[in-house]
Design a binder for this molecule. Structure first.
Ligand code: GLC
Length: 546
């Protein structure tokens, strides 16, 4: 089994990557067109978010048929060509398996609605009266998590949108159906899988209201989740492939079980604790500046905790559900370039598998929308209403969406300074930030000091330096919340990584008996004679002990 530790994954949101036919939506042929770019960048795998048949209520995370490519994205032949052409370039394609729920347009759900008991048992239905849902659980997209079906006199559970009905994993037939989906795509040459919110699949037998919260404590890392994952992985033969589980509100202990190779569950997992340090009291819809002390604490806890028990993390800042990192944790104005590079270096030198989300390698920023009509995301439009109902003014609600909306990460990939950023010859499905004229692939390809070149170098570095890919991690103690420094050690080799998360100069609090190190990488041009004594704003240095 080839080690995954020096690999880097690139995430594509196909709807916003590249539109090949001018209808305003990105598509599979658009990805095929850009494979040379991805090869140049040096990534090993490409994970594409779902492009299966879907009514697109939640941009493809509401799947109506796992075996069909949605015509908006292309055809089965396009999917096969993508897999083949990527593989010719040494890139493995990973597909996104949304197995916690299906769209209510899925055949199984339609048959359930038509009264077929067999298919009702594919979902989580409960008898009941209108107006009185079975539990008080809340949907992650706002409102109660149950929807009433008058014709059946039953409620069904949806932890996300009401058109995303939760599957009943306790039913062995459901588990078989889902294994068949994996077998089908594996057969087609897919090299790995991402499992959407996979730690939510196992609900307790008896569902009860939560007097302490929104219900998540009952189904997060639920009663049979490890058992079901082991079964899925064993029966589809995907152990050893690259697999990543998206884990919602999880714990270190659970993530160790999900990813320790002896457990034969998954290769790695995403968790999101570090992306909540700017939530006020855990509430995504209340903005506060990032708490860098907490960020540090979380990195230290997770990195050391996972290492101690042989767990493996996906390390990342950005995805299609998150605002852009440079706008959030860096400075997308004065220190745009420095801070984007620093953030990249911080993640790419940690222990785990780095994920790059399309456009992150360019330093793409938040969308900067000024009107609610520019937003497309169901979560954003739902919460806009909820915020108004809670008494926020329109300006306040818009400001919060500016910072928090998932659409910040979904604006089209900025390929060039031409019209529509070279994304589409038609009208893009979602508007493009003004800054595409300067922040784009074409411009950054022409500048070796660009963020893009820096990311390319980071990807290569993980392959050159075994200590970065495989070494242990030890954090250097400091009182300063904005400094993050750690050593990566493998046998005799030692790499020291120092990252300044602030826009101020910082005196180095550690005595590093300077002179013993060679600089592998830094985000400022030219060396600093003060190096190892002082850090410049957002400076990042990666040093190797001689
Ligand atoms: C995951 C996806 C997100 C989707 C949700 C429901 O969190 O990343 O985009 O809305 O699951 O499938």
């Amino acid at each position: 089994m080839e080690s995954l530790k020096d690999k880097v994954v690139y995430q594509i949101y196909p709807k916003s990557f590249r539109d090949s036919d001018g209808d305003g939506y990105g598509d599979l042929r658009g990805i095929i067109e850009k494979l040379d770019y991805l090869q140049w960048l040096g990534v090993d795998y490409v994970w594409s978010t779902p492009f299966f048949l879907s009514p697109q209520r939640d941009n493809g995370y509401d799947i109506a048929d796992y075996y069909q490519v949605d015509p908006a994205f292309g055809t089965m032949e396009d999917a096969e060509e993508l897999i083949r052409k990527a593989s010719e370039r040494g890139i493995g394609i990973m597909f996104d398996m949304v197995f916690n729920h299906t769209s209510t347009e899925h055949e199984w759900f339609k048959r359930a609605l038509a009264g077929e008991k067999e298919y009702q048992d594919y979902y989580i239905f409960r008898d009941g009266e209108p107006g009185n849902p079975p539990t008080n659980w809340e949907s992650k997209f706002g409102g109660n998590a149950w929807e009433y079906v008058p014709s059946l006199g039953k409620w069904y559970l949806h932890l996300f949108d009401r058109t995303q009905a939760d599957l009943n994993w306790d039913n062995p037939k459901v588990r078989e159906e889902l294994k068949n989906v994996i077998r089908f795509w594996k057969e087609k040459g897919v090299k790995g899988f991402r499992f959407d919110v996979v730690n939510l699949i196992s609900k307790p037998e008896v569902l009860e209201s939560d007097d302490q919260g929104d219900g998540r404590r009952f189904y997060t890392d639920g009663p049979h989740v490890h058992e079901y994952l082991k079964e899925l992985v064993r029966d589809t033969g995907i152990h050893g492939m690259i697999t990543v589980g998206e884990m919602s509100s999880t714990s270190i202990d659970n993530c160790i079980r999900y990813t320790n190779p002896e457990e034969k569950e998954l290769a790695m997992c995403f968790h999101f604790h570090h992306l909540k340090v700017d939530y006020k009291d855990g509430d995504k819809w209340e903005v506060q500046p990032a708490d860098y002390g907490k960020l540090r604490e979380l990195f230290v806890g997770w990195q050391e905790g996972m290492e101690k028990n042989n767990g493996w993390e996906a390390v990342f800042w950005c995805n299609h559900d998150q605002p852009r990192a440079v706008s959030r944790f860096g400075d997308d104005k004065k220190y745009w370039k420095e801070s984007a590079k620093m953030l990249g270096a911080a993640v790419h030198t940690m222990r785990g598998t780095p994920y790059i989300f399309q456009g992150e390698e360019l330093g793409m920023t938040n969308a900067g929308y000024t009107d609610i009509s520019q937003y497309r995301d169901v979560e954003s439009t739902n919460y806009y209403q909820i915020m108004l109902e809670r008494g926020k003014t329109r300006e306040e609600a818009l400001h919060i969406l500016n910072e928090r909306s998932r659409d910040n990460g979904r604006t089209p990939m900025q390929w060039s300074s031409q019209e529509n950023a070279g994304f589409s010859a038609g009208t893009p499905w979602i508007s493009i930030p003004e800054n595409y004229k300067t922040i784009n692939v074409e411009a950054e390809m022409a500048d070796e000091d660009s963020i893009l070149y820096f990311y390319r170098r980071l990807i290569a570095l993980r392959k050159e330096e075994k200590a970065i890919a495989e070494g242990s991690i030890e954090f250097l103690p400091t009182e300063d919340p904005q400094l993050l420094a750690f050593r990566r050690v493998l046998g005799e080799e030692e790499i020291l990584c120092i990252h300044n998360f602030g826009g101020e100069e910082k005196a180095l609090p550690w005595d590093l008996d300077g002179g013993d190190y060679e600089v592998l990488l830094g985000n400022y041009q030219g060396g600093s004679e003060k190096l190892l004594k002082e850090l410049r704003p957002y400076e990042s240095v990666v040093l190797k002990r001689k």
